[in-house]
Design a protein. Structure first.
Length: 117
């Protein structure tokens, strides 16, 4: 029950982005709506966005945890810490300044999942 409530809250606060992992577009609010260009240029937004990314990834863990048995801990980032995620996002956002931070975060998670296969 708690997992479903957490997942619902996370989904209520994220961007309209289409992604193969999520299927239909979903709504986003907060720092996920900023462009990658703004994320790179504005250090205040950059710092706050790090917390948004950590929360987004935590929400993805909660959603994905419903897909496995209760004794398995889900980590969509396969142990990567916030500094590693930030470095990946910095590089991605420099190359894709018009993408939204939520889109960049989804691409990051999908790339980690591909590497695990």
């Amino acid at each position: 029950m708690v997992k479903r409530i957490t997942a619902a809250i996370v989904m209520a606060v994220i961007v309209s982005v289409a992604s193969p992992s999520f299927g239909a577009p979903f709504k986003n609010r907060g720092y996920g709506t900023i462009s990658c260009g703004e994320y790179i240029e504005n250090r205040v937004s950059h710092e706050m966005a790090k917390h948004w990314v950590a929360g987004f990834v935590t929400g993805m863990n909660a959603i994905r945890s419903d897909e496995v048995s209760d004794d398995i801990s889900v980590d969509v980032m396969d142990g990567a810490d916030i500094d590693a995620m930030t470095l990946w996002l910095d590089n991605y956002c420099r190359a894709n300044p018009l993408h939204k931070l939520a889109q960049a975060t989804i691409v990051m998670v999908e790339e980690v999942e591909r590497m695990k296969q």
